[in-house]
Design a protein around this ligand. Structure first.
Ligand code: SF4
Length: 299
């Protein structure tokens, strides 16, 4: 089991089962706290074969060099990170994905997750990722016609992919909630349950340069739906979702860059994928860039 020390105590984590145990009666001194963020999302490529209108991923060509990525993963592991989450763009379009996942499984204690549209999980890709990815997050915004209109892909094909993913990986469903998808919440939860999802992550649409984000009325509908939900699939949301419902926060002392950082496909470390500025990761490595980012945020 991985041990991470921080302001909330001693955190034990098992990447195979996803079990988290916090010993909050332990009070590690500050100099012993793990220096890496608990979780780091990494956009391995900006490329995507879908064109969702609400996509916030940068559209310029960028893809991470595999050797840099492997060295950053080693650094994050040694500095106490618990997990990395590959995204993009579409991470399954990154041709080195199986190698980097295998590296994480064999040479680090990092839990590997990825966020994907799911349509490229064929038998070949699954056989190359099997045993090296701890959790797959599949983006499913709406069902049936809503899904096909927003994602431009067959909903029936998605369900085939969900079955294939569920057969080999623990998986969860990510759903962007906006004016188009909020009416599908019951059906989204039913889909997650039918395909054995371990979690339903509800993501109110964030504003971007070209889109205003979720409307207040939609947010209230989502809040009411969450409060009345009695289904078996555990619900989750993002830390910045600002839903007006009680949300468990097991690690309240581990905030900001202690909790989370993002690396974009150009190799820039940021506080989140939405942050407008960041620090380019240089030859001195990812931890040096993250320390500089901490200083920038404090200034
Ligand atoms: S699948 Fe994801 S990365 Fe691709 S266009 Fe849609 S939102 Fe963007």
């Amino acid at each position: 089991m991985r041990i991470r020390l921080g302001p909330d105590g001693m955190h034990l984590f098992d990447r195979q089962s996803g079990l988290n145990v916090l010993l909050d009666e332990v009070a590690p001194s500050e100099h012993a706290w793990s220096s890496a963020p608990r979780q780091v999302s990494i956009a391995v490529t900006n490329a995507c074969d879908l064109a969702c209108s609400y996509c916030y991923a940068p559209k310029h060509h960028a893809v991470l060099d595999m050797n840099y990525l492997l060295s950053w993963m080693d650094e994050l592991d040694q500095a106490g990170a618990l997990g990395i989450g590959f995204g993009g763009g579409e991470p399954t379009l990154y041709r080195h994905l199986p190698e980097v996942c295998a590296h994480a499984a064999e040479n680090t204690d990092l839990a590997v997750t990825m966020t994907t549209h799911g349509h490229r999980f064929n038998a070949d890709l699954i056989s190359r990722l099997r045993g090296t990815v701890n959790f797959v997050r599949v983006s499913v915004d709406g069902v049936g016609n809503t899904y096909e209109r927003l994602r431009g892909r067959s909903f029936a094909d998605l369900r085939v992919s969900l079955d294939a993913i569920a057969a080999d990986f623990q998986w969860g469903m990510n759903s962007v909630i906006n004016q188009d998808t909020v009416a599908d919440l019951d059906a989204i939860a039913a889909l997650a349950e039918a395909h054995g999802a371990s979690e339903l992550l509800l993501l109110p649409e964030q504003p971007t340069a070209g889109t205003p984000g979720v409307e207040q009325k939609t947010l209230h509908t989502l809040e009411n739906w969450v409060l009345s939900y009695t289904g078996p699939v555990p619900l989750a949301t993002s830390a910045d979702a600002a839903l007006g419902v009680p949300i468990a926060d097991a690690l309240p002392g581990e905030v900001g860059l202690r909790s989370y950082a993002h690396i974009d496909a150009s190799g820039t470390a940021r506080t989140s994928s939405y942050a407008s500025s960041g620090v380019c990761i240089g030859d001195d490595g990812v931890m040096a860039a993250l320390k500089q980012l901490v200083r920038m945020e404090a200034a």
